[in-house]
Design a protein around this ligand. Structure first.
Ligand code: FRU
Length: 503
């Protein structure tokens, strides 16, 4: 197998120089995250190439190493042994060849013969219009040390979109996996009439690919393009995770610019067709897109997503960085629905435990040592007679700045309100939630500029970036009638990201 190297190595060295030079300044920003993956400097979007490989988790990401805006895409790279403590590695891919000159777009990773392969989309602009003037092809890169990657001489390994009602240019984000004797790969696509769909390919050797079928296709309000597909098995059911662009809002659903969710079904490996059920959201907050999963040595299916949204206001851009990853979440199939749960390894970064039991809340109250800007809260709230209760997080001294999580018993709706949160885009998101034995269970993860709320053991999740003042660290519980915090636990969460040193 032959590879291309020279220009690629130079481009990576130059890009590394750019991010390393900027990193120290960027890291002074009080909104820099403590335990979420973000770039050393400049822009990131989708998680890519998420894989458990030779005892370590590797995660790559869409990266523009020259500005805090999206631009020609590189792949950044981090690794971890416990999914919580991450170390940055050198940039893995740069847009160095004719076929990927305007970007190494999203893709995935797989092990073959002990080597680590990345499969990604090469993007080239062919004119001014970013929607119509583009050429996308599928490519491979390989590494023996899981740090330095070389692109294959055979690239592109998929040269053009197949014939049929398949858009010839929007054709991207390969997710590859092995099943019995074949490698399979799904690609995001759309029809010529702007309906999202995914394409399934098959290969014996990973290098030569054959189109099998349009595996799934949208009907009704299901978006004009499906990005970042991912197919895997959970409890003997196939799951297709994807990011449909342009769903119109329905009630409390689909209020972000684009959505990310899943369908459950059965993939026929002979025909390539996936029979599937209804689309379900994976997160009910503001900032969750392009999720990707991997399976680890414990058989766990772990998902990470981009904790941002296209066209969202990102105040950290003024400090020369943009975007972050969500916490890793374990996916569990229960009663025909996927739950996203925090992983137990979170314990590895916990400190300063505070525990309370059986507290009564009425009006607005704070509890000693329950505050901060990098922490986890685990709380069970029995509604008792209350009809509305919740928490205000990241509150300032005057009580005017805060992020609110509120549960309404009568409507059964959980609200995440960031209109008073500080800088940034504001807005409200809602999720339908049933109390269990009249009790709401919340696990809340607060980082310097983010909040993730896991409701009733991951049945619903709400994720959002917030941009409060640095010293807005108070937490208050509120209720319109006496409710009971049967358990309240708080841990500070430690800084757990290691950046590359400036040489
Ligand atoms: C999803 C996406 C992908 C594409 C990448 C480009 O957020 O639009 O479809 O490969 O971002 O950065």
């Amino acid at each position: 197998m032959e590879t291309n190297t020279n220009n690629h190595k130079e481009q990576i060295a130059k890009a590394m120089q750019s991010v390393i030079t900027e990193h120290e300044k960027v890291n002074q920003d009080p909104w820099r995250l403590n335990y979420h993956v973000a770039t050393p400097a400049f822009w990131m979007n989708d998680p890519n190439g998420f894989i458990y490989y030779k005892g370590e988790y590797h995660l790559f990401y869409q990266h523009h190493p020259y500005s805090p805006e999206w631009g020609p895409m590189f792949w950044g790279h981090v690794k971890s042994t416990d999914l919580m403590q991450w170390t940055h590695l050198p940039i893995a891919l740069a847009p160095s060849e004719d076929y990927d000159a305007d970007g190494c777009f999203s893709g995935s990773a797989i092990e073959k013969d002990g080597n680590l392969y990345l499969m990604y989309t090469g993007n080239v602009w062919t004119g001014e219009n970013r929607d119509t003037d583009l050429k996308q092809v599928q490519c491979l890169a390989v590494s023996e040390d899981a740090i330095h990657f070389d692109k294959l001489k055979e690239n592109p390994v998929i040269l053009e979109a197949p014939e049929g009602n398949i858009h010839p240019y929007h054709f991207r984000d390969p997710k590859v996996w092995k099943h019995n004797d074949y490698y399979y790969c799904v690609l995001g696509s759309k029809t010529n009439e702007e309906t999202g769909q995914i394409l399934l390919y098959r290969s014996r050797d990973l290098f030569s690919w054959k189109f099998m079928a349009v595996s799934a296709k949208g009907e009704g309000n299901f978006g004009y393009m499906w990005e970042c597909p991912d197919i895997f098995t959970l409890e003997e059911q196939e799951v297709l995770v994807m990011s449909p662009q342009g769903l119109t809002p329905e009630g409390d659903k689909y209020h972000n610019l684009h959505q990310a969710g899943y369908v459950l079904g059965k993939l026929n490996y002979d025909t390539g067709v996936l029979q599937h059920g209804e689309f379900e959201m994976l997160d009910y907050g503001f900032d969750f897109y392009a999720p990707q999963t991997t399976i680890d040595d414990q058989g766990r299916r772990i998902m990470i997503a981009w904790m941002a949204m296209w066209e969202s206001e990102m105040p950290e851009q003024n400090q020369n960085w943009a975007g972050a990853m969500t916490l890793p979440r374990q996916l569990i199939l229960e009663n025909g629905k996927i739950k996203s749960k925090p992983i137990p390894e979170i314990e590895n970064i916990r400190g300063n435990q505070v525990i309370y039991e059986n507290l009564i809340v009425e009006g607005e109250v704070a509890f000693k040592e329950v505050d901060g800007n990098s922490l986890e809260l685990d709380v069970y709230i029995n509604a008792n007679e209350a009809s509305q209760f919740g928490l205000k997080l990241r509150m300032n001294e005057t009580g005017e700045q805060y992020t609110e999580l509120k549960y309404d018993v009568n409507s059964g709706v959980m609200t995440f309100d960031r209109n008073q949160a500080g800088s940034g885009p504001g807005g409200v998101r809602k999720a339908p939630v049933q109390l269990i034995n009249n009790t709401l269970h919340l696990r809340i993860f607060i980082d310097k500029s983010s909040v993730e709320v896991f409701i009733n053991d991951g049945e619903k999740v709400m994720t959002g970036r917030i941009y409060p003042d640095e010293n807005s660290t108070s937490i208050r519980f509120f209720s319109d009638g006496p409710c009971q915090l049967t358990h309240l636990k708080k841990w500070d969460l430690k800084h757990s990201i290691t950046y590359m040193e400036k040489k």
